[in-house]
Design a protein around this ligand. Structure first.
Ligand SMILES: Nc1ncnc2c1ncn2[C@@H]1O[C@H](COP(=O)(O)OP(=O)(O)OP(=O)(O)O)[C@@H](O)[C@H]1O
Ligand SMILES: [Mg+2]
Length: 246
């Protein structure tokens, strides 16, 4: 479903990605880990066509070098900062694609569908008519998630889905992502610093380090590994090969 081949991306002199290659099979859940600033969000933006790689090829759902509008029918995305539409109430944020996309769903059923997705991310129906500015950070995150899954797209990208959530809600979201992959057969790429997400969500783990995918394996292998870079990251140790000043 997803193939990235030798992706390079620099911003001026700053070389962020220097040859990233991986594939994600249909129905597989890949979790990408890596230090802050290593280029995880940039990698997702390259996959989405929101950043164009300097070199390399992206193929998604059979589309080569997809443009964002071509991906709309295939991909749901949760941005790291939620990136909600400030001028729309919560339910219209969630229903945005249902109403404005090719489905052209009418207002009443779109609202119903939005309420159902909001319930799945643990949001009360009363939240539907609030505006993003009236929500806590964790609530905004969950609305972003509800929006990502609203059209039940076959491919899902989640950038830090549990960041800013309390431990119980984080567990709810991890279970939800796992369920979407297992029950709906979706293909998912999830970026996280949350080791519970890694355990609960990953079929496969890839670690981004120094511009490349440094390590790949199962979650169990990652947690049991004695690789010094991987274990420093997973255990959150100050001393090790990863510099702390970034
Ligand atoms: N549009 C841009 N212009 C210039 N530099 C950018 C741009 N987007 C990202 N960068 C740089 O690319 C690097 C990687 O950024 P990115 O957001 O991908 O990090 P990340 O791995 O997602 O980190 P975090 O875990 O903190 O979210 C950073 O050094 C950042 O400053
Ligand atoms: Mg990021």
């Amino acid at each position: 479903m997803i193939r990235a081949q030798d992706i390079h991306k620099a911003f001026g002199p700053k070389r962020v990605l220097t040859g990233v290659s991986f594939e994600v099979a249909r129905g597989e859940s890949l979790v990408v880990i890596g230090g802050s600033g290593t280029g995880k969000s940039v990698l997702l933006k390259c996959l989405l066509g929101l950043e164009s790689p300097d070199r390399g090829e992206v193929m998604i759902a059979g589309l080569t070098r997809p443009r964002p509008h071509e991906l709309a029918a295939h991909v749901g995305m949760l941005f790291q900062g939620a990136a909600l539409f400030d001028s729309l109430p919560v339910w219209q944020n969630v229903a945005f694609r249902l109403m404005r996309g090719p489905a052209r769903m009418a207002r009443a059923p779109a609202r119903e569908a939005a309420l159902e997705k909001l319930a799945r991310v643990g949001m009360a129906p009363e939240s539907a008519d609030l505006y993003p500015a009236e929500l806590s950070g964790g609530m905004q995150k969950r609305v972003g998630l509800a929006r990502a899954i609203a059209g039940e797209p076959p491919i899902l990208f989640f950038d830090e889905p549990t960041a800013g959530l309390d431990p119980i809600l984080a567990a709810v979201i991890n279970a939800l992502i796992r369920e979407i992959v297992t029950e709906m057969g979706a293909t998912a790429v999830t970026i996280t610093h949350d080791m519970r997400t890694l355990r609960d969500v990953a079929d496969r783990v890839a670690m981004l380090h120094e511009g490349r995918l440094y390590w790949q394996g199962t979650a169990a292998e990652a947690l049991a590994s004695d690789d010094p870079v991987l274990t420093q990251f997973i255990q959150g140790r100050i001393d090790g090969p990863i510099p702390t000043l970034r």
